[in-house]
Design a protein around this ligand. Structure first.
Ligand code: PEP
Ligand code: MN
Length: 362
């Protein structure tokens, strides 16, 4: 049960609401969000909204068991903008989060960061803890990778987004992370959702490969219930019968979610397709559909990537992506804020030799 308080609900009115919820067999919690103060009844209570709505200080009372209420479109009178670095996600400017699937070494992440920053990224992504289907596959460099990612972010001025897989890692990771990514496979790891909710940092929540939009929003609700409104929903493709692509990017999710929630929605055309050649077209389509931003995998030498090379853009292709989404954004009343640095140099497209690093020049 979710009770929204009026702006000037008195302490006596709040006590009466708490007592009424307790009488209906709920345990209670106060939740304060930028768009309102709420008293929430948790558990299997009586569900009598009429008794609650009649109380002084109550704007409305809704049952929450079946749907996301705090994340719901009418919980807030305005769309939530999630602050991230110098920009925010959910306003007129599109977020462009770019970087490798995994942080592989200092040279790889710093090169990637320099180029994506110069070409127009607004945030840097990179995995340190990787959820791999096979336990034998590269699992990420862990804390060492986080340090490298944070350093690359600091040197380029880009905030960093990285996946957290375990509730116990949230606190140790927090000082090095600007936004916690919850991976698709973890979308329904409820203890993890609560923990990132409490950390108070922005959360990029990926849609589970077999999750409905309703389940997706209910997962976001877990984070909001901890008093953290800064959730970015990410459509990253769902499982279908199709095998030509790794997943089926469900662009329906963009308008449908936006009709149901005030939270920003971004799209991941990399995991959504699994194919480099489909990433830029689907990025353009996502922007046209009204996405608030993109998260894309970029690697200085995709052929040698330790994870997700087939879907990673080269540095030069990332520059093309930014150029190509710009007119699409303008056509739908949005903008790509960052201006690529002119003559930044061409990345070496491939053929990294050990020890020589990647760089501009040829
Ligand atoms: C990733 O972003 O590298 C990743 C593992 O994504 P997802 O959880 O969407 O598969
Ligand atoms: Mn990946």
């Amino acid at each position: 049960m979710i009770v929204k308080l009026n702006d000037h609900a008195s302490p006596a009115a709040k006590s009466a609401i708490l007592e009424t919820l307790a009488r209906q067999d709920y345990s209670t919690r106060r939740v304060s969000l930028p768009f309102g103060d709420f008293i929430v009844g948790l558990g299997d209570g009586a569900g009598d909204t009429t008794a609650l709505a009649a109380l002084e200080g109550v704007a409305w009372a809704r049952r929450g068991a079946e749907r996301a209420v705090l994340a719901g479109i009418d919980a807030s009178t305005s769309r939530t903008e999630v602050p991230l670095g110098r920009t925010s996600i959910g306003g007129a400017a599109l977020a462009v989060i770019a970087g490798p699937c995994s942080v592989e070494d200092r040279d790889q992440i710093s090169t990637c960061a320099r180029f994506v920053a110069a070409y127009g990224a607004t945030a840097l992504r990179g995995g340190a803890f990787k959820p791999r289907s096979s336990p034998y596959a590269f699992q990420g460099l862990g804390h060492e990778a986080l340090e490298m990612l944070a350093e690359a972010g600091k040197n380029t001025g880009l905030p960093v987004v990285t996946e957290v897989m375990e509730p116990g890692e949230v606190e140790p990771m927090a000082p090095l992370v600007d936004c916690f990514q919850i991976g698709a496979r973890s979308m329904q790891n409820f203890p993890l959702l609560r923990e990132v909710g409490r950390a108070g940092k922005p959360v990029l929540l990926k849609r589970g490969p077999s999750s409905t939009m309703k389940e997706f929003l209910l997962s976001a609700e877990y984070v909001l219930l901890e008093g953290n409104p800064h959730v970015i929903l990410c459509e990253r493709g769902i499982k279908t019968f199709e095998t030509a692509t790794r997943n089926t990017l469900d662009l329906n999710a963009v308008p449908v979610l936006k009709a149901q929630t005030h939270l920003p929605v971004v799209v991941d055309p990399s995991h959504g397709t699994g194919r480099r050649d489909a990433v830029i077209p689907m990025a353009r389509a996502a922007v046209a559909a009204g996405a608030d931003g993109l998260i894309v995998e970029v690697h200085p030498d995709p052929a040698r990537a330790l994870s997700d090379g087939d879907q990673s853009l080269t540095l030069a292709q990332f520059r093309t992506l930014v150029e190509e989404i710009r007119p699409v954004a303008e056509a739908v009343g949005r903008r790509v804020e960052a201006t690529p640095v002119p003559n930044f140099g061409e990345p070496r497209s491939s053929g990294r030799r050990r020890g020589t690093g990647w760089g501009a020049g040829d």
